[in-house]
Design a protein around this ligand. Structure first.
Ligand code: ADP
Ligand code: MG
Ligand code: MG
Ligand code: MG
Length: 418
């Protein structure tokens, strides 16, 4: 039970240890000795088990006191599970049931979450590598981001409630520290854990690390990330944190949740779509990927336009927080003033989003945590050609983001870049 000292679960010990958890046994079957357990975690940090009983299945996700990918030499607090749980609860309340896995049980001392087993869902990154085109992702993810980011901010929440929540999530400092260093700093110098496709990319990597304008922008974006507690972000919203079928889209794995700029989640997600786009040339052995490329550019465009439309809708109908008080605008007949403020905010989110996207692209090619999109390309020369285009595109986004007029311009550049 929850008060016992932490102990990592194994496939063998899980049934005996969780057999008494009614929230689990009532869903999958009371006879724990008959449960079938598989460990399926393919992530970098945690254990994930599928537990199947006579009446159903569930997921048990447990944090470890270190980074799974690296080992015990890199300790990481178990409390990330607490933040994942609290983020899932808030995301479901803000974006609606069925946007994240349903939560059945949380045990803080054991750092474990029992949740809905998503099936036949697959990880979106995998689907995109395989050339699949799930039709609903842009709409579902645009809505998810607009609703979670708007409703977690001072545009919506009561000021004290939000400040208390900022204080709660402030303790997620170690995971934030990973983002701050691995995303914004390490890619731009010879950090120990970095790697890139070598020797093919060596010259370009040296050029980027000598690029003063780029490094200044990366640090400016890091400053925004660290100093602007605007809303509760997912914090790790890439295509490996999304599970899909053609009908359903779910966001998982919010253990990096933190108060940060709205544009962070949007930029990270679009960056991962752009990387999927650049990686397509590496997946053409079994047939050309032209249709997949247009699908991806369409997804980028639609995700942003759905985000924009829903954010605008919430601005007009749900602006109940302390910011842009209706008494200053609509209530005195100045709806135009509120629209002007909305346009400015959307413009700022757009510009910052491009910057975060550029940096995210760089860290996935130069840093510790790479993407399967590129890693799955076995031919290193071919992989490097895809990665080089992505790196140059990311540099353009980060440095020139204030001069980019819209997503059409960004997507046209992605098509043309050499
Ligand atoms: P980590 O924090 O270690 O990255 P994730 O939450 O991303 O862990 O989960 C790792 C993998 O486990 C996912 O890529 C997915 O394959 C599987 N998984 C996680 N949660 C679920 C779920 N609710 N339903 C089905 N599979 C899941
Ligand atoms: Mg994950
Ligand atoms: Mg749904
Ligand atoms: Mg994770």
């Amino acid at each position: 039970n929850g008060s016992e000292a932490f102990e990592a679960l194994t496939v063998e010990t899980l049934p005996a240890r969780l057999g008494g958890v009614a929230a689990l046994s009532s869903r999958i079957g009371a006879d724990a000795s008959a449960w079938k357990v598989r460990e399926v975690g393919d992530g970098n940090l945690n254990l994930v088990f599928i537990v199947e009983g006579g009446e159903g299945a569930a997921i048990v996700k447990q944090a470890l006191p270190y980074v799974r990918l690296v080992g015990e030499s890199w300790p990481l607090p178990l409390k990330r599970s607490f933040f994942e749980y609290h983020a899932l609860v808030r995301q479901e309340a803000r974006a609606g049931e069925g946007t994240v896995p349903a939560i059945y049980h949380f045990d803080e001392a054991q750092a474990l979450i029992v949740m809905e087993y998503l099936t036949p869902h697959v990880i979106l990154r995998r689907a995109l590598i395989d050339g699949r085109m799930p039709p609903k992702i842009a709409r579902d993810l645009g809505l998810f981001m607009a609703r979670t980011l708007f409703r977690g901010s001072d545009l919506s929440m009561k000021a004290r409630a939000r400040k208390e929540d900022v204080a709660l999530f402030a303790d997620n400092a170690e995971l934030c520290d990973i983002t701050e260093n691995l995303v914004f700093t390490d890619p731009y110098y010879e950090a120990e854990l970095n790697r890139h496709t070598t020797p093919q990319l060596d010259a370009l990597v040296a050029e980027l690390r000598a690029d003063r304008d780029l490094k200044v922008e990366a640090q400016k974006l890091k400053h925004m990330f660290a100093a602007n507690a605007e809303t509760l972000v997912h914090g790790d919203l890439h295509s490996g944190s999304i599970m899909v079928t053609d009908e359903d889209t779910r966001v998982i794995d919010p253990e990096f949740a933190f108060y940060a700029p709205m544009a962070f989640d949007v930029g990270m997600l679009l960056a991962n779509f752009w990387m999927a786009y650049f990686a397509q040339a590496g997946h053409e052995a079994a047939g050309d990927r032209e249709a997949q490329r247009s699908y991806l550019l369409g997804v980028i465009d639609e995700t942003w336009s759905v985000f924009r439309a829903e954010f605008s809708h919430l601005w007009r109908t749900e602006r109940t927080g302390m910011l842009y008080d209706r008494r200053l605008f609509e209530d005195r007949g100045d709806a135009f003033g509120a629209e002007q403020a909305l346009d400015r905010m959307l413009h700022d989110i757009f510009v910052d989003m491009l910057g975060f996207a550029g940096i995210e692209i760089h860290r996935r090619i130069l840093g510790l945590a790479h993407n399967a999109d590129f890693e799955a390309i076995e031919d290193a020369d071919l992989r490097a050609r895809c990665e080089a285009k992505a790196l140059k595109f990311g540099r353009h986004l980060a440095v020139n983001r204030e001069r980019i007029q819209g997503l059409d311009e960004a997507n046209a550049l992605a098509v043309r870049i050499e």
